[in-house]
Design a protein around this ligand. Sequence first.
Ligand SMILES: [Zn+2]
Length: 414
Amino acid sequence: MTVRGWAWVTLLVLVAGLVVTAALLVPWHRPPAPRSDQLAALAELPADKVARARHYRAELRLIAYPSMILGIVVALILGLTPLGAKLVGLVPGPWWAKAVGGGLLVLFLADLVTLPLAAVGHRISVRYGLSTQGWGAWSIDLLKGYAISAILGAIVLFVFFGVTRLAPNWWWAWASAGAACLVVLLSFIFPVLVEPVFNKFTPMADGPLRTRIIAMADADGVPVRDVLVADASRRTRAVNAYVSGLGPTRRVVVYDTLLTEAPEDEVVSVVAHELGHAKRNDVLTGTLIGALGSAAMVVLLFLIGGWTGLLHRAGVESLTDPRAIGLLLALGTVAGLIGGPVQAYVSRAVEARADEHALTVTGDPRTFEQMQQRLALVNLGDPDPPAWEQTLFGSHPSTVERIAAARAFARSHR
Ligand SMILES: [Zn+2]
């Protein structure tokens, strides 16, 4: 069999693995959330606050969508014209200097064009009182983000183009295995290496709330060593909680804003949702899907790399030339556009299951509902966003969907 033949076989195996993993681990059947309950829930929310949240989201949309389109257009121009190749060609020195220096140049250029829009978005958040950051703190966050991307990007670029030189025919096999391992490694180290760059995490103080949470987690069969509190208030008034990490790095994190903003019962309800993620190993599921998806993407890149018309458009002879970084960026952007809505769909299904878990564990749909209302009102979320936006980008069911699901749950568990 030819090398391309092996690549096709590998791609089929990876896609089959992806389909099986997703079929087994994603809760495709979602608990009911009748639209009539959704509309009733919407009508019960304070109209003035909903209107303000919708104004905020409308203003953000005017920034977010142009920024997204601009980012896509720039990536396509860099990849589908010789411009990206020319930029990388400007960097002097051996292959690794071109790969790392030129690669970061192309990637940052794509980021830089949307920077003014990001600044406008920040201004809107400050104006609505959601963001508590001044320009100084905002810029420092931005620079920290760039620094982390630059370090990670430099390693990936160096290793990728190094492997293509060492194994000119079989690089795709090494790179796809490497991409899968990188996704797993990042999931594992993210909470201990990256999150602390942006926030300080302290164990929740002893007291009745902590005792209740630890007891609930024990009873639920998901013992947590600690519940961590993040100093989110340095940045935002928004309230949130999440689970991250794998195995020994797994942790439940609540924002300090949640503790000051919400009564104890509601915090317990939020943590019960997070325990649902921990119990079903949702981080692991996401990591596995991400690892298989990235591995498949690398093999697909190799196969697309045989398309000479595309290479000529980008002004390169081969994908393994560092000057092809613009083309790689463009292909990655297209993959992200296709994969985004699929990822959002899976995320919403997983979130709905975690909600159901919270309802089962607490047996308190009323508090869950109040918590959802507070989450939406404090975070200035649109409780019932347009269906197309929810389909394309919604990582969670909408607030009214979550409340409707709680009402349906309450009816069936009376
Ligand atoms: Zn969740």
